[in-house]
Ligand binder design. Structure first.
Ligand SMILES: Nc1ncnc2c1ncn2[C@@H]1O[C@H](COP(=O)(O)OP(=O)(O)OP(=O)(O)O)[C@@H](O)[C@H]1O
Length: 381
């Protein structure tokens, strides 16, 4: 227990020094047909030169016009032979397992249990492994960050109860598609399509918001969360057939609110864990979108740009933070900023043809990594 509390303290100290914003990069392996004609299952244009696993090097193997690649970010170095070096808090090569990745975020999940607001994002182009990282595949070793976080949270339950805590866990799961909120936990699909949801402040003297008419489920056991995740997946896949791979075009937010009160010590605390699978980040120019797709891409670009604007405004301590400019940041406004902890995965495709998008994603992540958004505060009464 002492070791655990020391680890927690160290995590909080590191996070405070970093300003409570961390960035990890994860490169997925080459899969299926992508391996055809390749000498190896490891991408040749992405190198991991650093034994400490903090540097990712992108190398353009065959002709790219240097001007095509805008390098304005200080920590991105363009070396010879068109090499671009990026430094993050942690870099996960294609061989990394879900267990290894979760190990690096488990202290943040602990922070939500300790009464912090925590946001973990997956950012990257379509097909780069965001959903695999967050939700994972199946119930075995490929389980993603959401089920693993839930397991960690429930693993502490008995210990908390034995120490006199009364705890409750409230789960919601929604998606934002074309700036419209859709409840992923509804029982009836027609209800999901017909209900309009708004974002409102919980009270006059708080920046805490809630979504009107959103299903929130109190869960007593981790298996109950699995049932909810399955329901969300079904609700999403139905929409997908109607809206053409909609899940790639929407942001999804899994939220767990952990409330605890202890009558013995007269303590209470509330933590919020948000696990956010962002919509594919590909640029308009590269995506060649038209019609409905164009509208989707514009909405995605707008909301991702606004996420970046919010982070920059927080880092620059600006008096106005433009939370309300998109549903995503409006919804997360009390989980981004001084009193919260944030981590961003930048997911990377190993395909060489995705070089430009990879570069765009890594540049975005580098900007986020350079932000210092201040110290987090626990919400303990
Ligand atoms: N680390 C990994 N190991 C094995 N398979 C992976 C890994 N990452 C991703 N995949 C597989 O690659 C494919 C694309 O991944 P995924 O669907 O997670 O991408 P995505 O970024 O969420 O895309 P979208 O934006 O379309 O939702 C999936 O078949 C997924 O199972």
């Amino acid at each position: 227990m002492r070791e655990e509390s020391m680890r927690r303290k160290l995590h909080n100290t590191i996070q405070e020094l970093k300003g409570n914003i961390r960035v990890f990069s994860r490169v997925r392996p080459l899969l299926g047909d992508e391996l055809l004609g390749m000498d190896s299952d490891v991408p040749q244009h992405i190198n991991f030169p650093d034994p400490d696993k903090k540097i990712l090097e992108l190398e353009k193997l065959a002709g790219i016009t240097p001007n095509e690649v805008c390098e304005s970010v200080a920590s991105v170095r363009r070396g010879s032979n068109n090499k671009y070096e990026f430094q993050f808090d942690r870099v996960f090569p294609p061989s990394s397992t879900q267990t290894e990745v979760f190990h690096e975020i488990s202290q943040l999940v602990q922070s939500a249990l300790d009464g912090y607001n925590v946001c973990i994002f997956a950012y990257g182009q379509t097909g780069s492994g965001k959903t695999f990282t967050m939700e994972g595949r199946g119930t075995g070793d490929n389980r993603g960050m959401i089920p693993r976080s839930v397991e960690k949270i429930f693993a502490t339950r008995d210990d908390l109860l034995s120490k006199g805590w009364i705890v409750s866990y409230l789960v919601s799961f929604l998606e934002i598609y074309n700036e419209t909120i859709r409840d992923l936990l509804v029982q009836s699909r027609s209800q999901a399509d017909s209900t309009k949801h708004d974002i409102k402040l919980v009270g006059p003297n708080t920046n805490e918001v809630f979504v009107t008419d959103l299903t929130t489920v109190e869960v007593q056991h981790q298996d109950a969360v699995q049932v909810l995740l399955k329901r969300a997946l079904e609700n999403r896949s139905v929409a997908e057939t109607k809206c053409n791979e909609r899940s790639s075009r929407s942001h999804s937010i899994f939220r767990m609110k952990i409330t605890g009160s202890n009558s013995v010590t007269a303590e209470s605390c509330v933590g919020l864990l948000n696990l956010v699978d962002l919509a594919g980040s590909e640029r308009l120019k590269e995506s060649g979108s038209q019609g409905q797709r164009l509208k989707e891409t514009q909405n995605i670009n707008k909301s991702l740009a606004n996420l970046s604007n919010v982070i920059m405004a927080l880092a620059n301590k600006e008096t106005h933070v433009p939370y309300r400019n998109s549903k995503l940041t409006h919804l997360l406004q009390n989980c981004l900023g001084g009193s919260s902890k944030m981590l961003m995965f930048v997911n990377v495709s190993p395909k060489e043809e995705c070089f430009q998008e990879t570069l765009n994603s890594l540049r975005f992540a580098t900007q986020v990594n350079q932000c210092n958004i201040g110290q987090a505060q626990k919400k303990v009464k």
